[in-house]
Design a protein around this ligand. Structure first.
Ligand SMILES: Nc1ncnc2c1ncn2[C@@H]1O[C@H](COP(=O)(O)OP(=O)(O)OP(=O)(O)O)[C@@H](O)[C@H]1O
Length: 274
């Protein structure tokens, strides 16, 4: 995936909350899925949302993008309160958990990505949309597949189309739910490189991951959910053994500054001084 210049604001992290979740509860029937979540994502941060299957990660990001309404509590995005104020969704990119870009509709990659330029107040494509779509597809290395129907693309390529759809509006806030699940290693590396450029340009990111993988060097904070509650909010964990990995970056503390114990067994392990 190839970066292009400038998405998001060019501001440095300044502590301004971009996402603010307060005492959020979500219930569905008899299920009490989220149980009092507090989460703040500040401008310029890259926050990884981690946790075991069923811990509530997708439900939390769906609440942040206004798909799932809260039972209690509030969610603010870019300073606007969901379900009360108008939220500037045109500044938000969202990649849902793997859904397939085609979803049975015979749309081309170009058409799917172009739909990312539409939002509540703009139901027509802006002047120059073809170039914007081409740039977004180039960022995920699919410019040459623009006119292919999505159903002929592989699962990983469809996922990259959805990433391009989120990037095409040059968002200030990007929310990704397992963006690289099912994406091959070279594409993961290219995606991480694209993200590195976008984050340098000021993009704020909330990303659901099962492991930090190639995005590890970018992640500024990790939030771990368990049974619908936040059980860790702080330094990102480091996967066991990755000192041997290609491209490993020694960004985590060593013996002098031990990491907090990770509360999510089996997910990742703290690494100290290896
Ligand atoms: N609409 C719903 N009705 C009832 N239960 C639901 C609903 N949506 C989610 N759940 C339940 O809430 C829990 C959390 O689901 P969620 O998809 O948020 O988990 P997750 O952490 O994203 O999991 P995974 O890592 O498997 O994607 C699960 O037990 C799920 O079955």
């Amino acid at each position: 995936m190839k970066p292009t210049a400038g998405a998001g604001s060019a501001d440095a992290p300044d502590g301004t909350p971009v996402v603010q979740v307060s005492r959020l509860h979500v219930r569905a029937g008899a299920s009490h899925i989220l149980r009092g979540i507090d989460l703040t994502v500040r401008r310029g941060e890259v926050v990884a949302l981690l946790g075991a299957n069923g811990s509530g990660k997708s439900t939390l990001v769906k609440s942040v993008v206004g798909v799932t309404p809260p039972s209690e509590g509030t969610v603010q995005v870019l300073g606007s309160t969901l379900w009360a104020d108008r939220v500037p969704w045109e500044r938000v990119g969202y990649v849902p958990q793997r859904v397939g870009a085609g979803s049975g509709v015979p749309s081309t990659a170009q058409e799917v990505v172009a739909s990312g330029l539409l939002h509540g107040r703009r139901l027509w494509l802006p002047r120059g949309w073809r170039d914007q779509v081409h740039d977004a597809l180039a960022q995920v290395d699919l410019a040459d597949r623009a006119h292919d129907p999505c159903h002929v693309l592989s699962g990983g390529q469809q996922q990259r189309v959805l990433i391009a759809r989120a990037l095409v509006r040059r968002p200030d806030l990007l929310i990704l739910d397992e963006p690289v699940a099912g994406v091959d290693r070279p594409s993961q590396e290219a995606f991480a490189e694209t993200m590195r450029h976008l984050v340098t340009d000021g993009l704020t990111v909330l990303v659901v991951l099962h492991e930090l993988g190639e995005l590890a060097p970018l992640v500024t904070r990790a939030v771990v959910l368990r049974h619908g509650k936040v059980v860790h909010d702080g330094a990102p964990p480091t996967a066991r053994g990755d000192h041997d990995g290609v491209g490993h970056q020694h960004v985590h503390p060593h013996a002098a500054e031990p990491r907090p114990a990770l509360p999510e067994p089996g997910l990742t392990e703290p690494v100290v001084g290896r």
